[in-house]
Unconditional design. Structure first.
Length: 466
């Protein structure tokens, strides 16, 4: 679904207007306002707070934040990560504006504990309600089959087939796939031109039409857009096999002329880089103080007792923009001359202590030093060996994209099981797909999710960790 470019032509097209959908947003807003207004008179009682002034202020602020952040713009295709991201953004700003009221309320006694109680109660109840409603609606659509939207696809490209499969397997999104339209000979689907599509849409109460851009002419597209406007039908576009639309697109206007341009990823924005860097430093210092301060001497003793050689192992790796850096680890192998050879299952070079620390990823912990030095990040594409970099750089599409950002101690590919030995090109291709997805869809929420999943995987154990 992330690869669909959606074009809405009227405000009505941007919402779901059938069945109960029209009432969900109103229900959401009403619940939130009730929570905001019913709690504060009790929590702030005895602080000489002017309830009418604070009530008016907090309602205007909540509404303004929600409007500009798109807090209530949640549709059936909105993912849970997006929902949580909206909740976090709304919550942080709501706390700040709540605090900002009290310096101007001179006659009010400020009690920090009461403010914490109020904001925590509001945000906790709103979060529980939103997430509960989100999952309830998904299960309700599956159980009852109600409020489904009928959809057709024009064209039969590879991407169109993938979208059809999504509609048929993801019932909780609430779509009924009704069929393909294609003029190409030998292609599966209902034949017929634009007129046949229009008639079918009207006769079968079709809500959304998806057009494969590789199989629709400019004239057909203009005709369909006009038809959608006149008949309150949503029209959306599917990228062709060149997959250019899988990237982030921005619409710029040269006066009245719209131009689609490829947007740089969020990781290339200076503000995002600052936030990510500050988090990296804070997290790394915490790990050094709470974990590595006592674990390092213990690991040094265990490693030295089993085999001769240094406690730490450092290896040259390609970093940001292919700049060389030395990646630090606890030594997990006997001293050998084959450091550019990746580890295989039952590798004789790995010591007994090494097997344990590799299985639990303890060997990677010294890389928090690389993070503090600015050579790595907590989350990002894992740094490969130079031999792997040279071999796959020209061999696998988009391989070099992963070098446009700092490498990470953990990454999306690792928590999805793409780690360990590279037996075939497919193993590396799968890693690159996850790395590129991470770069193009980065957010701090995604970083948190990967970190949590990494910790879970460590305790659960991973088959390919050897």
């Amino acid at each position: 679904m992330e690869e669909i470019i959606e074009q809405r032509y009227t405000a009505m097209h941007g919402t779901e207007t059938q069945g109960y959908s029209r009432y969900i947003r109103l229900f959401n807003i009403t619940f939130d306002l009730l929570i905001i207004n019913l709690i504060f008179p009790f929590v702030f009682a005895g602080q000489n707070l002017n309830n009418s002034h604070f009530g008016m202020y907090i309602n205007v602020c909540w509404g303004g934040i929600a409007y500009f952040s798109g807090f209530y713009e949640v549709y059936r295709y909105t993912g849970i990560v997006q929902v949580i991201s909206k909740l976090v953004r709304q919550g942080v700003l709501f706390v700040l504006v709540s605090i900002a009221f009290f310096p101007f309320a001179k006659n009010t006694t400020f009690v920090a504990e009461n403010l914490i109680t109020y904001t925590a109660s509001v945000l906790g109840l709103v979060t529980l309600f939103k997430i509960g409603l989100f999952y309830y609606l998904k299960q309700y659509r599956i159980a009852t089959g109600s409020n489904y939207r009928n959809v057709i696809i024009i064209g039969h490209s590879q991407q169109a087939v993938k979208l059809k499969d999504f509609f048929e397997t993801s019932k909780d999104f609430g779509y009924h796939f009704k069929g393909f339209f294609s003029d190409r000979k030998g292609q599966q689907g209902i034949t017929g031109g634009t007129a046949a599509v229009k008639q079918y849409v009207l006769d079968n109460s079709i809500d959304e039409v998806y057009c494969s851009l590789s199989e629709v002419t400019d004239r057909q597209l203009k005709n369909l857009v006009e038809f959608a406007d006149d008949n309150n039908v949503t029209i959306k576009f599917i990228p062709d096999t060149r997959e250019i639309f899988s990237k982030n697109l921005r619409i710029d206007h040269y006066e009245m002329f719209p131009v689609l341009s490829l947007r740089k990823t969020a990781l290339h924005e200076p503000s995002a880089q600052i936030v990510k860097r500050l988090f990296d430093i804070a997290f790394s210092l915490t790990v050094f103080i709470l974990l590595l301060s006592w674990l390092t001497p213990l690991m040094a003793l265990l490693i030295k007792l089993e085999s001769r050689g240094p406690v730490f192992f450092k290896q040259s790796r390609p970093g940001l923009n292919e700049k060389e850096f030395f990646c630090w680890k606890f030594r997990s192998m006997q001293i050998n001359e084959t450091t550019e050879k990746s580890v295989t299952k039952n590798d004789p070079r790995v010591t007994r202590v090494g097997k344990f620390i590799r299985k639990t990823s303890i060997d990677e912990l010294p890389q928090f030093l690389n993070v503090l030095r600015g050579e790595m990040s907590i989350v990002g594409p894992r740094p490969h060996l130079w031999t792997q970099n040279n071999l796959y750089g020209q061999r696998i599409k988009k391989y070099m994209v992963r070098l446009y950002v700092k490498p990470g101690i953990t990454g999306l590919a690792q928590v999805r099981g793409c780690r360990g030995e590279i037996a075939t090109d497919v193993d590396m291709i799968n890693r690159i797909k996850y790395d590129v997805f991470y770069i193009e869809n980065w957010s701090m929420l995604l970083d948190f999710k990967i970190i949590v999943q990494t910790v879970v995987n460590i305790f659960m154990g991973e088959e390919k960790a050897y």
